[in-house]
Design a protein around this ligand. Structure first.
Ligand code: GUN
Length: 291
């Protein structure tokens, strides 16, 4: 293996340390404690794990965590009512509604009912528009974490060819906007892209966010490129025993690490950075609210 491993776990710990230091300063100097409200509707087991981790890490950096767990059959009206209460609550600086929502709830309507200033996910249409026009906004946590690792590894990104594989609202599109803002030449590739392997091979920066286990092979990677793997896929691992699983990314790590200059592992790459950036966004929202 030739690639440098980008250690997202260590990087996330350093981000959390900085956030914790600023939280303690806010408390000491202004008597303010940032608060993050997380709303979970239904009992999706993966979402429950994420929400538990978010709550735990929020408290660990000294912030207040407010968890709202609602039954799967919660009506849209009830959910909107809760969001209106959180919007009006001065102790709540950040609001996150865990996605996906149960099918009977209109995700766009729900997200757009969050006060944009408290939208720590950066999913509200106002924040999407602000980011796209280069104005100050809340930036979605996963792409923000990817950008921080890229800047840390490369320094300036200006002029680099960046290829983002995936066009989701949560990762692909905001990732492309952030790379463009840093003066990369950006291509967004997706399931209908022709000659996708060839396009990937031109990338100095390759961000994989498609949700397809180990899709991107080593021979899709330009020698020396930086590969950021956003995928978290559970695949069967019979070698570990009956019914066992293992986590893999969207990149075939073994073959890509032979060619890339640097690569994020799964787990321990992008994943830990997402929650660290959520905490950083909550601190930002709190600081702006009290400015
Ligand atoms: N579900 C998967 N990723 C995310 C995320 O970043 N934010 C929210 N709210 N839900 C998610």
């Amino acid at each position: 293996m030739t690639a440098t491993i980008i250690d997202g776990k260590a990087f996330a710990a350093s981000v959390r340390e900085k956030v914790a230091a600023q939280v303690s300063r806010l408390k000491a100097d202004h008597g303010i404690t940032p608060g993050l409200a997380v709303v979970l509707v239904g009992e999706d087991p993966a979402s429950e794990v994420y929400v538990r981790n978010k709550g735990k890490q929020t408290v660990e950096v000294g912030m207040n965590s407010y968890e709202h767990k609602l039954p799967a059959e919660t009506s849209e009206g009830e959910l909107l009512e809760l969001i209106a209460r959180l919007n009006a609550d001065p102790a709540v600086h950040g609001i996150l509604v865990q996605l996906p929502l149960p099918k009977h709830l209109n995700e766009d309507l729900v997200i757009n009912s969050i006060d944009p200033a408290k939208d720590v996910d950066g999913f509200h249409i106002s924040n999407v528009g602000l980011l796209a026009t280069g104005q100050k906004s809340m930036v979605p946590c996963t792409p923000l974490g990817c950008l921080m690792m890229l800047r840390d590894h490369h320094g300036a990104l200006s002029g680099l060819n960046a290829v983002v594989v995936g066009r989701s609202n949560i990762v692909g599109k905001p990732m492309a906007q952030l790379l463009l803002r840093d003066s990369c030449t950006v291509t967004v590739a997706h399931s209908r892209t022709k000659d996708i392997e060839e396009i990937c091979r031109r990338a100095d920066i390759l961000v994989a966010a498609v949700g397809r286990p180990e899709m991107i092979k080593g021979d899709w990677v330009k020698p020396g490129a930086t590969v950021i793997d956003v995928g978290i896929n559970r695949i069967p691992a019979p070698e570990k025993g009956e019914g066992k699983h293992r986590l893999v990314g969207d990149v075939d790590f073994a073959s890509a690490a032979e060619v890339a200059g640097a690569i994020t592992p799964v787990p321990g790459g992008v994943g830990p950075m997402t929650i660290a950036c959520l905490l950083a966004n909550t601190l930002t929202a709190c600081a702006r609210a009290n400015n």
